[in-house]
Design a protein. Structure first.
Length: 294
């Protein structure tokens, strides 16, 4: 088996079906399996996927709880048989034989641990952040350039050929099996957000490269940002958890002080938008006690 494709579904069966159909339509000359992990969706959503299963085959795994993004993906990985793993958002759509291109590149480049792609919308306009730098202390202190400018200067190129980056979007990550396993895979403790930064940091520590592959794209039907306070808090909780997990305590402490100053000031100007995050940072929001994780 060349590739195991793992897709997490949560009450969005129509997106998942569209994603699977695009994989079958465009993927040629590759042996693959599709694993769909359902994160405790409604009975109606599961019924829709069960009906579709009669049309297009896939391995359908049902979790009794919502494992989140990383947990759902890692659950699916445990049933994967491929030599490569493609973790694809269910609201993604392939438009060409992307998986064959990624497979060939990965096989030809031993140290390429994970590959990412340009995300585009329905109008084929590129997203701003398909790849980026680690959001670390240096990033906060020196207000680093936007990713395109940063990597153009760093690589002295026009970024039309594959190049090494710190991290790629979690919406589409293509791993070598051994790289995923050596890095420890997605951390099930992270319910939402910053999963890609966490795993790309661990890949780097294990001498694997994160490569951005600009020679293909995928459509990402990305939903609008949620105004839900719990979702916003989860963003902060996951970030602080990833920082403390991957850096020293002193590093985490200094970064937290910087965030307290930054969010404290922003909370004065826009309390509705920033005060909730400020409180989480003040409490030491890396603690998963505050997480939405069941």
């Amino acid at each position: 088996m060349d590739i195991s494709i793992i897709i997490v579904n949560f009450n969005s069966a129509n997106y998942t079906i569209n994603c699977i159909e695009s994989i079958y339509k465009h993927t040629k000359n590759v042996t693959f399996e599709i694993i769909v992990v359902d994160n405790n969706s409604s009975l109606e959503d599961i019924k829709t996927l069960n009906t579709f299963l009669q049309i297009k085959p896939f391995n359908f795994l049902k979790s009794k709880i919502n494992l989140g993004f990383g947990g759902g993906n890692h659950f699916g990985y445990q049933f994967a048989k491929g030599k490569h793993y493609a973790f694809i958002n269910n609201d993604a759509e392939l438009t060409e034989n992307t998986l064959l291109k990624l497979l060939n590149y990965s096989n030809e480049n031993k140290n390429a641990g994970v590959l990412g792609l340009h995300q585009v919308n329905k109008e084929k306009e590129r997203f701003k952040y398909s790849y980026r730098q680690f959001i670390d202390l240096k990033y906060h202190l020196f207000n680093q350039k936007k990713p395109h400018k940063y990597y153009s200067k760093k690589t002295n190129s026009d970024l039309t050929s594959p190049f090494e980056v710190d991290l790629v979007s979690g919406a589409f990550m293509f791993f070598k099996k051994e790289a995923y396993e050596v890095s420890g895979g997605f951390d099930p403790n992270i319910f939402l957000f910053y999963e890609e930064m966490d795993i790309c940091l661990r890949l780097k520590k294990n001498s694997y490269k994160t490569i951005f592959y600009p020679e293909s794209t995928f459509i990402h039907y990305m939903g609008k940002s949620s105004s839900n306070v719990k979702i916003k808090n989860e963003f902060t909780i996951s970030y602080l958890y990833v920082i403390q997990k991957n850096y020293s305590y002193m590093y985490y402490y200094v970064l937290r002080v910087i965030l307290l100053l930054k969010y404290g000031f922003k909370s004065i100007l826009k309390p509705k938008k920033y005060f909730s995050s400020f409180k989480i940072i003040l409490k030491g929001g890396n603690s998963l006690v505050y997480s939405m994780k069941p």
